[in-house]
Design a protein around this ligand. Structure first.
Ligand code: NAP
Length: 250
């Protein structure tokens, strides 16, 4: 059990993030469920957690904006007064495009949300958790993607590159704060059955790609959440700087 420790999950209102929120709450974490626009979905997650006897709040805020990140962490401070874990889960994809079709606006937003947002959130978490700043230590898990390694040619090389940046950031930050009580790891999901594919205009992508996956099926949000919960937990006290593929062999 997690003794009332507090976990912030960015993009916790659906998909992998929602599965992390619900799983972590059942292990005793108190949860800050961040979302960008769909308040109803975030409140549904909070309601599920409360119904099961857990503690959670929903926090609106765009991780792709400096003000958004500041507001998210101020709300966590006011509601809980401590922070012990961060899952940098909020992420966006684009519709399938070649690099010569990708607009400057799309590219800028892809990196602002997926990379700058994750780095800014990690920086705020370090300010609260690092023993160097008077904190108790903690754990950060970043959401990368197998796309970081495969490159997603013809689909979204910009998204893949943003996840490559997350891999580098994970390794660097892990080493930077290892002596300050903070562990930093990442998971690389493969093809997971969530709404993100529909948001990129390919609602059947997970099913269509199943034959290309060594396990012949997409993963579930819960299967990724289980890996994240392990990395957050005290079962992983000597694990830092690790990047764990959760991809059915892809
Ligand atoms: P999803 O179902 O599309 O959910 C995305 C979540 O992020 C939602 O809660 C959404 O909230 C939130 N969000 C989006 N933009 C945000 C922003 N600017 N600020 C704050 N929250 C924001 O996604 P998912 O499939 O669960 O993916 C979660 C993570 O895993 C992402 O980083 C993704 O890149 C990574 N991943 C997913 C797959 C996969 O196959 N599904 C594979 C590899 C990696 P709103 O609904 O309010 O916008």
């Amino acid at each position: 059990m997690s003794d009332g420790r507090v976990l912030l999950v960015t993009g916790g209102s659906r998909g992998i993030g929602a599965a992390v929120c619900i799983g972590a709450a059942s292990e005793g974490w108190r949860i800050a469920v961040n979302y960008a626009s769909n308040r109803q979905a975030a409140e549904d997650v909070v309601r599920l957690i409360s119904k099961a006897g857990g503690s959670a709040i929903a926090i609106e805020g765009d991780v792709g904006s400096e003000d958004g990140v500041r507001a998210i962490f101020s709300t966590v401070d006011a509601a809980f007064g401590r922070l012990d874990g961060l899952v940098n889960n909020a992420g966006i994809i684009g519709s399938p495009q070649r690099v010569d079709q990708i607009s400057p606006e799309r590219l800028e937003r892809m990196f602002r949300v997926n990379v700058t947002g994750a780095i800014r959130c990690a920086a705020q978490a370090v300010l609260r958790m690092s023993t160097h700043h008077g904190g108790r230590g903690g754990s950060i898990v970043n959401l990368s993607s197998v796309a970081a390694v495969l490159g997603a040619p013809g689909q979204y090389v910009d998204y893949a590159a943003s996840k490559g940046a997350i891999d580098s950031f994970t390794v660097g930050l892990a080493r930077e704060v290892a002596s300050e009580g903070i562990r930093v790891n990442a998971v690389r999901p493969g093809i997971i059955d969530t709404y993100i594919h529909a948001s990129g205009g390919l609602p059947d992508r997970a099913r269509d790609l199943a034959p290309t996956i060594p396990m012949q099926r997409p993963g579930s949000a819960g299967e990724v959440a289980d890996a994240i919960l392990y990395l957050l937990s005290d079962k992983a006290t000597y694990v830092t700087g690790a990047i764990l593929n959760v991809s059915g062999g892809r």
